[in-house]
Design a protein around this ligand. Sequence first.
Ligand code: CA2
Length: 161
Amino acid sequence: MLSILVLNGPNLNMLGKREPEVYGSQSLQDINQALLQMAESLDITLTFFQSNHEGALVDEIQAALSRHQGILINPGAYTHTSVAIRDALAAVALPTVEVHLSNIHQREAFRHHSYIAPIAVGQISGFGSDSYRLGLEGLVRHLRQSLKAGALRVDMLETDA
Ligand code: CA2
């Protein structure tokens, strides 16, 4: 069974509590719950991790190599600042999809640049909590296509199942 790590960066634990006009009224738990429902119908396993600390996110990305086949990440503000998170993602080389609740390209100029996007399979931005669902769907399709094409090792999946 495919296993995917869902990572959330700084302040995303405050979702639903502040700035609903920018980030919506759903909590991170609500979003994760909806992803779990999707996971059931997609027959995949999800693991959730949120941290306000860059190093904790780097540790989790490194540990993902032996546990998961893909990463869905909303790096929060680290999107625009973190070479360390980008390097960790590049090092483990697990297919990664970057998601954002808001449309980062419509906001302040400092949010337009992502350190993660160049090493991601793709970026989904601006669909509110649906960004996570769309991102998960895209990531699973990508992983299944890679499996079919022989680009993803099946023995890796069996080890972790
Ligand atoms: O739109 C997104 O998903 C962002 O990743 C959210 C980050 C922001 O720095 C990025 O530019 C775009 C901020 C997350 C902060 O989340 C909060 C949630 C509720 C209240 C306050 C902040």
